[in-house]
Write a protein that binds this ligand. Structure first.
Ligand code: IVH
Length: 690
């Protein structure tokens, strides 16, 4: 061996060792130490070396094996048909080369037909059905041998215990992905934080960790879902194509991700990729790329497979959602209710296509649990429109001088005392509205769109008004019209902006009690609770006099909300503020009158999706009228979708809505909603509906 070969050999050995170590962490311990992107890069490098030195390829190289060895606690099962992994494609050129290879392999002149599917970021499982009955479920393991997880999988409602319909073979193996939807993941982690437990690093870890429970009652509590994407053993007739297989599975009651499409050639694949990438942030589950599969099953046979991957399919990855970067400092942010949140200042890093420099560490308990120190290399994660967060520390990269993060003893903004409430994780500044940070956040909340909706009063302007001493609290906003000249003299604020600002403040006097209550920022009183309270009592006066028991008579108001509300109404500083607000003239916010009870904005804060064609109006018009009722009209169905309006020929959005149990209105019901400004009762068909 010459020196260059020697160096290459050492590199190959090192790469294999690293990849094995990371496999162990990822598959066995659910505790990845490096980001997926970094893993993929190491893997790709090893593949390159092995292509250059084919003699070095050994059976035990990570490139020749699939994922993780099965663990020892579960019963091991041998797959009748190996569960393969997928080659990764990164660039459009890689997709073109993949397509060219297949066309040549098939000796085909025309375009190859593919099914393009989202690559779901979950755990691959095999479901064996005999006589339509779920017989056994298993993980992929090393591809040959996996772990038996039948009882765990039986707790997932989406997985049918018994296939529906007819035509399924005597024995068939459905393969797919168990995943944790983003909403379930977020809710679970929030609960874990309240309990002071370690949250899941990401939804994939959530799914894997939940399946790995020997006590299935634990698995049963976890928000898991399933989508099928293939088959294994099959004793009976197979369809001609993957597309038809997916339709069969769907008909048998097996959930199939509705976003798959049949496409032609590399161009079709790339168009699908672009399209899905645009939707990525709105999807209710994590998707880390696209899988392209040759549609014709006979062609797949002809193409065959290598030891680890089939030739007829490949994964085209999106930009990773997790990356490693350096933690430069930890700042402490003080929120509206005084909660102190540690925020990581990071060396700029691109995550999922966006550059981030800050990420939340949630609270000091979690920071300690994750043992995060300044100077550490940390994994950061960004998904959808969620705030980026620090997931974990790369301990092997910790420098000697990494510094512990001190838990603040005083509020970093006002210097006031802080306290950790009993049974709570959060540290809180006790100064209330005398703390400038809380004052600013309180004003921001008061003027927000879903509260008093003062258009044009953004954070910068609020900071400026506070700095100039023009406002101290929300009551001062209504006195700003007396300081017109001082306002106009402020930097960046011309006459026109002042006019707009004052008009927005004037308009806010028209908001009703429901919004006003929400705007006050009373702890535990969210938008829906505020509206319920306002509707029930009708006036501020009645509310203020209500006992805690009376408050609890309102929908969704329990002891905690009632107590917080009752206390708010009796706290001396709040009473002073309310008194000053009462002196503001021409306001409507002390009452909830009949006209704004129901007719106001029945869809306030709700997300509505339109699909198909409407006979009675254009889509533009429907959108505008729905927005008039307070709705946010979005282009795609997600977990946030409240309603789907389905016109004629609705397409896949209808299936997506059905799969999520989203309420669907037809055109007749839409017209009823627009006219009466109330949601029609379920089952009550509108004019011409049906
Ligand atoms: S097909 C031989 N389709 O990705 C083909 N896999 O890297 C095997 N995955 O083990 C898989 N979404 O866990 C396929 N729509 C999809 C997928 C998908 C996610 C996972 C699966 C597999 C891994 C391969």
């Amino acid at each position: 061996m010459n020196a260059a070969d020697q160096e290459a050999w050492q590199r190959v050995q090192w790469l294999r060792q690293e990849l094995r170590r990371h496999n162990e962490k990822y598959f066995q311990q659910d505790a990845p130490e490096i980001a997926d992107g970094a893993y993929d890069r190491l893997f790709a490098e090893l593949l390159q070396w092995e292509a250059r030195y084919p003699l070095w390829v050994s059976e035990d190289s990570p490139t020749q094996r699939v994922g993780g060895r099965p663990g020892s606690r579960f019963v091991q099962v041998r797959h009748g048909v190996a569960m393969l992994s997928l080659d990764n494609l990164f660039q459009p050129e890689d997709v073109a080369a993949f397509d060219r290879r297949l066309r040549e392999g098939l000796g085909q002149v025309g375009e190859v037909g593919y099914v393009a599917e989202p690559k779901l970021d979950g755990v691959a499982v095999s479901l064996l059905y005999r006589a339509g009955c779920l017989l056994r479920a298993a993980t992929r393991g090393d591809g040959q041998v996996g772990e038996e997880i039948t009882e765990q999988v039986r707790t997932i409602a989406a997985v049918p215990q018994q296939l529906q319909g007819s035509g399924w073979p005597e024995l068939c193996e459905v393969r797919g992905e168990v995943y944790m939807p983003l909403a379930g993941f977020a809710a679970w982690n929030e609960q874990a934080r309240v309990r002071g437990e370690r949250p899941f690093a990401n939804p994939r870890n959530g799914a894997a960790g939940s399946l790995r429970q020997l006590d299935v009652s634990i698995t049963a509590e976890r928000p898991l879902q399933f989508f099928a994407h293939g088959y294994g053993q099959w004793q009976g007739a197979l369809p001609e194509s993957h597309a038809v297989l997916l339709q069969w599975l769907q008909a048998w009651g097996v959930p199939v991700c509705p976003l798959w499409r049949r496409v032609e050639g590399a161009a079709g694949c790339l168009a699908f990729y672009e399209d899905l990438q645009r939707q990525r942030d709105d999807l209710p589950y994590e998707v880390d790329g696209v899988v392209y599969k040759v549609d014709c099953l006979a062609d797949r046979e002809r193409l065959g497979a290598l030891s680890r991957t089939p030739r007829w399919a490949a994964a085209h990855k999106f930009a990773a959602r997790e990356e490693a970067t350096l933690l430069l400092a930890v700042d402490v942010q003080v929120g509206r209710t005084g909660v102190l949140t540690p925020v990581a200042r990071l060396q700029a890093v691109r995550v999922g296509g966006v550059t981030i420099t800050n990420a939340t560490l949630h609270n000091f308990q979690e920071l300690a649990l994750k043992d995060v120190r300044i100077g550490d290399t940390v994994l950061v994660r960004r998904a959808g429109d969620v705030i980026p967060e620090v997931v974990s520390v790369v301990l092997s990269a910790r420098p000697e001088n990494a510094a512990m993060v001190p838990v603040p003893e005083r509020c970093p903004v006002c210097g006031g005392a802080v306290q950790q409430e009993e049974g709570k994780v959060a540290l809180r500044c006790l100064a209330g509205l005398t703390c400038p940070a809380q004052r600013k956040e309180a004003i921001k909340h008061f003027v927000a769109r879903r509260a008093m909706d003062m258009d044009g009063l953004g954070e910068r302007l609020i900071e400026l008004l506070l700095r100039e001493g023009l406002v101290q609290d929300v009551a001062d906003l209504f006195a700003l019209s007396q300081h017109r000249d001082r306002l106009a003299a402020l930097e960046r604020l011309g006459d026109k902006s002042v006019d707009n600002l004052l008009a927005a403040i004037e308009a806010a006097k028209q908001r009703h009690l429901g919004r006003f209550l929400f705007a006050l920022g009373i702890r535990e009183v969210g938008e829906a609770t505020a509206l319920n309270l306002a509707r029930h009592f009708g006036s501020w006066q009645a509310l203020q006099q209500a006992s805690q028991e009376e408050l609890q008579g309102v929908a969704e108001v329990g002891t905690v909300v009632a107590e917080q509300f009752w206390q708010f109404c009796r706290e001396p500083n709040n009473l002073l503020l309310l008194q000053r607000l009462q002196q503001v003239e021409n306001t409507r916010w002390w009452q909830m009158v009949a006209e704004n009870m129901e007719g106001d904005r029945p869809l306030a804060g709700k997300t509505v999706v339109l699909t198909g064609t409407l006979a009675s109006m254009t889509r533009q018009e429907a959108k505008a009228r729905l927005e008039g009722l307070g709705a946010r009209v979005s282009g795609s169905v997600s977990d946030r979708t409240f309603l789907l309006i389905a016109g004629a020929a609705p397409g896949s959005k209808r299936q997506q809505a059905e799969a999520r149990g989203v309420r669907i209105l037809d055109e007749g019901e839409l017209l009823t909603l627009l006219q009466q400004k109330v949601l029609p009762a379920v089952g009550e068909s509108g004019a011409g509906g049906g």
